[in-house]
Write a protein that binds this ligand. Sequence first.
Ligand SMILES: [Zn+2]
Length: 294
Amino acid sequence: MAVIAHLRFPGGKAKAFTLSYDDAVESDFRLADLMRKHGVKGTFNVNSGVKRMLYNTPQPDLGEPRCRMNRDSFMRFFEKNRDIAEIAAHGLTHAYFTKMEQSAVTWEVIADRKNLEDWLGIPCRGFAYPYGVYHDESVEALACSGFLYARTTKSTLGFEIPCDPLRWGCTCHHKNPELMNLAEAFLTLNPEKDRAPYLFSVWGHSYEFNQDHNWELMENLLSLVGGRDDIWYPTNIEFFRYIKAYRSLEYFADQSAVYNPTAIPVTLSVMVTRSQPQKLLTVNPGETVRIVEE
Ligand SMILES: [Zn+2]
C-alpha cells in the first residue's frame, strides 16, 4: 500500500495568495481598502519603536507620500481592518540586524512583539526582516522569541511552499517586471498535473505606489488574482499556522490513518494507489481519520 497525501488548503484549494506590506505608512489605509474590495487579506509589518510612528508629521527626508502612521492612526487602521489584516513585527527600530550582536537583535524583536501584543491584545508571531537582511544569529533570535515565520526580501519568482519559514522569500516585490506574468502563470497552474499546492506571495511598501504614481498596478494585480473560488486568501500568519498544523499531523505506521493534534482543521488530497483518483480528506482538530478503508 502506498498512501500519498498532499497538502491542500481550506476548502480543498491548491493555491494561496498573500500580500505583505511594510513600515506602517498612511497609504496602508488605501491599500487595505483595495484588498477588501477584491476579497484579499494582507499582512502589515510595523516598527513599534520608531519615532516617526509617534509623530505624524511629514518627514522632510522622506516626503509626504511616505508618511508613517502615528499611534492613533495605527490603532484606527487595526480596528478598521482587523478582519483582513495581520499586524506583524518588523523590529523595534528598523535596525540593521547583521551589524548587531545577537542580544541586541533579540531585544529588537521581542520588545516589538511585546508592544504590539500590548496594543492589540492578540498574539504577534509574524515578522519581516528590516531591510530584508539577516544572519544565522538573527534567525536564532527570532526562533527563540516565538516567531512562526520571518520574511526576507529575496524573490523566489516561484510558487513553492516555503520549507524554512524563518528564512522565507516571497515570490516577488510588486515592482518586479515579471509580476503580471507570474500572476498569469499562477492562475494557469494545474493542481491535478503538477506539484501542488502553490503559494503566490507579493511584498512591498504602499508608499511606493504614491512615489511611483502606479496604484493601478495593485488594482490590476488584485483584479486578476483576487476574489476567485480556487484561491485561498490568508494573512501570512494564517498561512504559516496552517502549514504548522499540516506538519504536526501524526500518521499511523502504515499511513492507513491520520490524527490531527492541533486546533486547526487540515485538508489533504490523498491517493491510496497511483491508479486511484485523489480524494479530499479533512482532518478536524483531535480527530483520527482513516485514509484506507478497513
Ligand atoms: Zn521596512
